[in-house]
Design a protein around this ligand. Structure first.
Ligand SMILES: [Zn+2]
Ligand SMILES: [Zn+2]
Ligand SMILES: [Zn+2]
Length: 278
């Protein structure tokens, strides 16, 4: 499985859209990996995760031909993850000769309601998913798990397994997991070859009830997931979704988490995820 990060910032972007703080100024000066757009990722070449307003730029930058995307998973309805108005462009006269005639979009309650209020092309089919119900989507098995985020929205984190058995937990956006999620993972003996963790808060003190995570929260989460056999030393762990309030300059983050063996996501980063376990 190949995971490509298109956007690795929180809602405001990094540097933030309207911000003049010292960290945003430094990010603008340093450029490169310190320029982070809004949240989106691609699995292999055919499963898109989230649909922010930055999607157009992401496709241009990463050489994606949008009409080839058949499957789209939406994590939740926050606009940095879901900007449905631009789905209207998937029809004539805005698009012609699309190679995938239909795009299938999968989401929870909040995104489904938001989609209903947007003008959407009839070449987009939307399906509401139910937590803990595995679903076959193209070459993947996808299990939506409840995210500790945007309560009442039906926000999901996704367990995604490909045809080779490589398994990813894409945990955006979420705080520390609900107890029932740990119980489900343990009962179903889910094991992850890779996890992408919400790290919006980095070193800002965050309780286990917060709707985003800090490094301390992720360490606690890693320990719990290890205990129930969901991760081990072969699991690739990645932190992602950064806010300027947490001062997430790339080289500082890499130094901060190197002892844990974590990767720090940046826009354009690719990770190969193999199906292997100790
Ligand atoms: Zn977000
Ligand atoms: Zn700022
Ligand atoms: Zn969010």
């Amino acid at each position: 499985m190949k995971l490509t990060y298109f956007g690795t910032a929180a809602a405001e972007g990094m540097p933030a859209l309207f911000c003049n703080c010292s960290y945003c100024k430094e990010a603008r000066t340093l450029g490169g990996k310190n320029i982070r757009t809004r949240s989106q990722a691609l699995i292999n070449d055919d499963l898109l995760l989230d649909f922010p307003a930055d999607t157009y730029f992401h496709f241009l930058k990463n050489g994606v031909e949008g009409d080839r995307i058949r499957h789209l998973l939406i994590t939740h309805s926050h606009p940095d993850h879901f900007y449905p108005e631009q789905l209207e462009l998937r029809q004539s006269p805005f698009a012609h000769e699309m190679r995938e005639k239909k795009m299938e979009l999968y989401c929870g309650e909040g995104a489904f309601e938001k989609l209903k209020n947007a003008l959407v092309a009839n070449s987009v089919i939307c399906q509401k998913m139910t937590v803990y119900q595995p679903q076959r989507i193209g070459n993947y098995t996808v299990i939506p798990l409840p995210a500790n985020h945007h309560y009442g929205d039906g926000a999901f984190i996704y367990a995604i397994k490909d045809a080779d058995g490589a398994a990813l937990l894409y945990a955006h956006d979420t705080g520390y997991f609900y107890e029932e999620v740990f119980q489900y993972i343990e009962k179903e003996k889910l094991y992850f070859n890779a996890i992408s963790y919400d790290c919006t808060n980095v070193d800002i003190p965050s309780s286990l009830k917060s709707s985003h995570m800090s490094i301390d929260n992720i360490l606690a989460l890693h320990e719990r997931l290890s205990k129930i056999g969901a991760v081990d030393k072969n699991t690739t762990e990645i932190i992602n979704h950064f806010s300027h309030n947490a001062k997430p300059l790339q080289h500082i983050l890499e130094e901060r988490v190197k002892d844990y063996g974590w990767l720090v996501a940046y826009d354009g980063m690719q990770v190969q995820i193999a199906n292997k376990k100790t």
